[in-house]
Ligand binder design. Structure first.
Ligand code: SAM
Length: 293
């Protein structure tokens, strides 16, 4: 059995992924090789030669990736903050852009002891678990409507609790329900939400179209069907001075701030851009004193 240079196997993988239109073929080729070999991507150069079965296994993974199966479904995980989450069919894969929303939320909690945090539309549990990891003193509550996604969130929550993080409170809940998390009304320091927000009919890459659940991505003709309910829930749940952050489509840089501003109990409305300068999430605070009529 002749060992083969890993470098050549990765070059061939990059070529196949590039031909299939994968956006970052070299990165994906290296991440798949690292996953297969159980090493960090930065340590791949320390594996100069591999056995033919490894080359074959890499080829099999690359074939699936070339068929536009998401990278994270092949490796089985994705990350947000300092947390690694198990992901797969039936749950939305957390995206790097959500790091910005998380960072805003954690900065908002600075100086708040034992904060109460709510993650609406939690999916894999990503935002809730990243907050629980960064703020062990927080009471984190997370709601998700879809049973399959909720099962992934439970699995991730169990993994994080076993690793020593503060357990989170998970609920099977629909954000359109005006009674959702009623027991927390007026007490929450921070509401975070990455809801479905893509306008129905918008073209999306095959990874999203075929592998992210439809209800995790699309939200009505204008993409705001779920956001409207998230804003209503946040207005009800936040304590005076508490903050809310909602990720949105890059076409929503005007509409989501306008919906937030339309709530009398919310103020300090701002929109935030991502590293590419695209509108990415909106924030507001619950007004400290009740506005007069
Ligand atoms: C874009 S995904 C985000 C998941 C996770 N927050 C993240 O950032 O990875 C949106 C999630 O909202 C859930 N969802 C959609 N409509 C909902 C509703 N009405 N109530 C609660 N969850 C909902 C979907 O099932 C999906 O898991």
């Amino acid at each position: 059995m002749t060992r083969q240079p890993l470098r050549l196997a990765i070059l061939e993988a990059e070529r196949m992924l590039s031909a299939a239109g994968v956006a970052s073929p070299r990165t994906d080729a290296e991440l798949l090789a690292a996953h297969l070999l159980g090493v960090e991507r930065t340590k791949l150069m320390m594996v100069p030669l591999v056995d033919p079965p490894v080359v074959q296994a890499l080829h099999d993974l690359v074939r699936q990736r070339a068929a536009r199966v998401p990278l994270q479904h092949l490796t089985g995980n994705a990350s947000l903050g300092n947390v690694t989450l198990s992901v797969g069919p039936g749950v939305f894969v957390p995206r790097p852009e959500t790091e910005l929303l998380l960072a805003w939320g954690l900065a908002t909690l600075e100086g708040v002891d034992q904060p109460t945090v709510v993650d609406l539309c939690t999916g894999s549990g990503a935002l809730a678990l990243a907050v629980a990891n960064a703020r062990p003193d927080a009471a984190v509550h997370a709601a998700e409507k879809e049973p399959v996604a909720l099962a992934w969130a439970r699995r991730n929550a169990d993994q994080q609790a076993q690793a020593g993080d503060t357990p989170i409170h998970l609920y099977a809940g629909d954000v359109t329900d005006p009674m959702l998390l009623m027991e927390l009304e007026g007490t929450v320091d921070l509401v975070l939400c990455n809801p479905p927000y893509v306008p129905e009919g918008t073209p999306v890459p095959p990874e999203v179209r075929k592998h992210d659940p439809h209800e995790a991505v699309f939200a009505g003709r204008d993409g705001l069907d779920v956001v409207r309910h998230v804003i209503a829930s946040a207005a009800r749940l936040l304590r005076p001075g508490g903050g809310v952050a909602i990720e949105h489509d890059d076409t929503h840089g005007g509409s989501v701030p306008a919906l937030l501003s339309a709530r009398r109990v919310l103020s300090d409305v701002q929109d935030h851009t991502d590293l590419a300068g695209r509108p990415r999430f909106a924030t507001a605070r619950r007004t400290r004193t009740e506005p007069t009529a």
